[in-house]
Design a protein around this ligand. Structure first.
Ligand code: XBP
Ligand code: MG
Length: 251
C-alpha cells in the first residue's frame, strides 16, 4: 500500500498551543468582558474534552457556571467572545512565543521532497492555522499544504470524522492512502472513524488518554540529536520519525 499523504492535526501536534496560547487568550478575553471566568491549567485540561473554542465556552457555562444568567443574546455574546479570543491568540502567535514541536519541520520537508501530499485537519479557526504556520514554521509554509481543513467548515467537530472526510475529498484520496498525526483522544477518534491509520505524539494534557488503535504513540517526532521515546508500536530501529518510518507504520 503506497502512502500518498500525511494529515496533520494542529493544536498539540504541530505546536503545544493550548496551555500557553489558547488558554491565555480565553482568560484575557474573559477579563476584558468583565466576566469572572478563569480557566487555570488544570481546569483547562478538563475543558479540552470539548473541541472548538465556541463550543468550549458554552460547555464551561453549562457545566461550571450554573449561577450565570445567560442573556437573551447569549449566542451572539459567545461569538463576540470568540472573535476577541482569536484576535488575542493571533497576537500571542505573532510574538513568536509558540514554537513548532520537535521534528515537525523536518518531517514536513522530508515529505515534500518525497512527493507526498500534505494536509491540515483541525477544529481550530483557519486564521489561527495560517498565523501559526507563518510565525512559527516558515513565512511561506501555508503553501506547503495541499489542503487546509479548519474550523467551522464542517458543523460536527472532532471526535466526529467529518473534517477528515472533507480533507480527503479535496485531496482526492482514500483513507487507505493517508496517515494521520494527532495528539489527543478526540483527534484519534476522528481519524480512526474516518478510516485513517494514526500516529500519536502526546502532550502533557493528553499523555494519559486512550490511544487504542494507534499504529504508534510517541513522546514527539524526535530529531537526529534528540531521539523520541516510543510508548506504543514499533520503532523499526529508528530514533526519530521520518517518511520511511511513517511508510512502515502505514504498511
Ligand atoms: C484543538 C481545539 C481547538 C482550540 C481552540 O483542535 O480543540 O478548539 O483549542 O480553537 P485540534 P478555536 O487539536 O483539532 O487542532 O478557539 O479557534 O476553536
Ligand atoms: Mg490536537
Amino acid at each position: 500500500m503506497t502512502l500518498s499523504a500525511i494529515l496533520f492535526d494542529v493544536d498539540g501536534t504541530l505546536a503545544d498551543t493550548e496551555r500557553d496560547g489558547h488558554r491565555i487568550a480565553f482568560n484575557r478575553t474573559f477579563d476584558k468582558f468583565d466576566l469572572d471566568w478563569h480557566w487555570d491549567v488544570e481546569l483547562y485540561g478538563k475543558l479540552l474534552a470539548v473541541t472548538g473554542g465556541k463550543e468550549r465556552i458554552r460547555h464551561y457555562v453549562d457545566s461550571y457556571k450554573s449561577d450565570y444568567l445567560k442573556p437573551s443574546d447569549f449566542d451572539d455574546l459567545v461569538a463576540e467572545l470568540h472573535r476577541e479570543k482569536t484576535r488575542i491568540y493571533n497576537e500571542i502567535l505573532e510574538s513568536g512565543k509558540i514554537p513548532m514541536r520537535p521534528g515537525v519541520k523536518r518531517l514536513l520537508q522530508d515529505a515534500m521532497e518525497r512527493g507526498l501530499k500534505l494536509a491540515i485537519v483541525t477544529t481550530t479557526t483557519p486564521e489561527n492555522v495560517t498565523t501559526l504556520l507563518k510565525c512559527s514554521l516558515d513565512p511561506d509554509s501555508a503553501q506547503w499544504f495541499d489542503v487546509i481543513a479548519a474550523g467551522d467548515i464542517v458543523p460536527a467537530k472532532k471526535p466526529a470524522p467529518d473534517i477528515y472526510f472533507w480533507a480527503m475529498e479535496r485531496l482526492a484520496l482514500q483513507p487507505r492512502d493517508c496517515i494521520a498525526l494527532e495528539d489527543s483522544e478526540n483527534g484519534i477518534r476522528a481519524s480512526l472513524s474516518a478510516g485513517v491509520k494514526t500516529v500519536i505524539t502526546v502532550t502533557d494534557y493528553t499523555k494519559d488518554q486512550d490511544f487504542s488503535g494507534a499504529v504508534a504513540v510517541l513522546s514527539d517526532l524526535g530529531e537526529p540529536e534528540s531521539p523520541f521515546s516510543i510508548l506504543k508500536g514499533q520503532d523499526y530501529g529508528k530514533t526519530f520519525a521520518d517518511v520511511d518510518l511513517f511508510e512502515r507504520w502505514h504498511a
